[in-house]
Design a protein around this ligand. Structure first.
Ligand code: SF4
Length: 401
């Protein structure tokens, strides 16, 4: 069986390099005007050209989102951007609107089109429709069970992609107006503020200053508080159901998240070569380190009304490790490090390097770029520290919080 692709988010050049370094087969990203993550640190046109070159240098694929739900006034700019895509020639563009699909076929006919999860493909008829239209890949709706995915697989030959990790919308695959009403930022234009995850109380009209907490049980309310998706222990079932590409959500998240999650999923996808597939404890351990609301398997095994919600306050936004820096070079027994945090002499750090992840190292020598000893380095400073065997350029350095 062909090994499924591991597809990672890349919200900036730095995240792109991190995703490629830790083993993503492909990355997806967006132009700032048209991505469904318009507020993420998306790419300008020049950066996008750099990103495509970088992915090519690594021999990996790059997909670009153009999945806004456009109004008539948006069309001229979309035409212009599709013309730009034609010259850029990414490995795919991700689209949700049929009108944009038609424009892409007209303006950039050579570029494969992926149909976004926002197009809500939930059944074989819909999949066949897009296959007939000429799509190369479908990013399936997140609301499908494994059985439903198999039915779609049996009805079409095109590539199927699904989300395996990351945040889940409480609405139907992002088609939602909560953020638009409450924050004047529309999820359908890539500006969601995650309003479904805010804290809500009850207020009586005539007493506007009195807020009554809402309790569904003795721990509070979690009506709209979905856990995050994590399918790392079940990738074999998704591969057997016919999924060709495993997608990690999170272009808004930091490089710490991108590195750890891609690294864990890289190992897991490679482990699919051996059956029975055995999920490793260290994968979950790695993934548990990052900001999440607790994990769920979403809808893949049917509806899970209890397991899918976050009932436990301690699960909210936990993050056990923080980023310290990125290794830029390894030379003459020393590492050049771009700091992303304060680093003091004597601090204990860990390297996100195979075999070293949980080993603490004491940084007993910090120097500046002229070789002068320092007591500490600041965020954004480039310093040098003693090398550790096995560490490579682009590895991340982190520490427990
Ligand atoms: S407010 Fe919540 S449910 Fe609505 S689009 Fe944003 S994340 Fe999804």
């Amino acid at each position: 069986m062909k090994r499924p692709e591991l597809l990672a988010p890349a919200g900036s050049i730095e995240k792109l390099v991190t995703a490629l370094h830790y083993g993503a087969d492909a990355v997806y990203l967006g132009l700032s005007e048209f991505s469904l993550r318009a507020k993420a640190d998306n790419f300008s046109s020049d950066e996008l050209a750099d990103a495509v070159r970088l992915a090519r240098r690594y021999g990996r694929k790059i997909y670009i989102t153009v999945n806004i739900i456009p109004h008539a006034k948006d069309i001229p700019l979309i035409r212009e951007h599709l013309g730009f895509m034609k010259n850029l020639a990414p490995d795919g563009i991700i689209i949700s609107d049929p009108g944009v699909f038609d424009l892409a076929k007209e303006i950039a006919p050579g570029i494969p089109v992926h149909i976004s999860t926002q197009a809500n493909i939930t059944n074989p008829s819909s999949a066949k429709f897009w296959e007939r239209a000429g799509a190369k890949r479908l990013v399936l709706s997140r609301e499908l069970t494994l059985e439903e995915i198999k039915e779609i697989r049996e009805s079409v030959a095109l590539e199927l992609e699904c989300f395996v990790h990351g945040a889940i919308c409480i609405s139907y695959s992002g088609r939602c107006y909560i953020s638009s009403f409450l924050a004047n930022r529309s999820a359908n234009r890539g500006e969601c503020t995650n309003s479904c995850r805010w804290n809500y109380t009850l207020m009586e009209e005539k007493r506007p200053d009195v807020f009554h907490p809402v309790f569904e049980d003795d721990r509070g309310t979690y009506l709209m508080s979905s856990k995050d998706l994590c399918m790392i222990e079940h990738l074999d079932k998704l591969a057997d159901a016919g999924i060709d590409s495993f997608k990690i959500e999170g272009r808004m998240k930091g490089i710490n998240y991108v590195a750890g999650v891609v690294k864990a999923y890289r190992e897991a996808v490679d482990a699919l070569a051996e059956r029975p597939f055995r999920a490793q404890e260290r994968w979950m351990k790695e993934i548990e380190m990052f900001s999440s609301r607790g994990y769920t398997t979403g809808m893949f095994f049917g509806r899970q009304p209890d397991n899918g919600y976050n009932h436990d306050e301690k699960d909210v936004y936990r993050m056990s490790h923080e980023l310290v820096g990125i290794v830029k070079t390894v030379e003459n027994g020393r590492l050049t490090v771009l700091l992303r945090n304060v680093l003091n002499k004597g601090d204990s750090v860990e390297f996100l390097t195979t075999g070293l992840e949980e080993k603490p190292f004491i940084v007993d020598d910090i120097r500046n770029d002229r070789g002068r000893p320092l007591e500490s380095g600041r965020n954004d400073e480039i310093v040098s520290i003693p090398s550790v065997p096995g560490v490579r350029a682009n590895d991340l350095i982190r520490r427990p919080k």
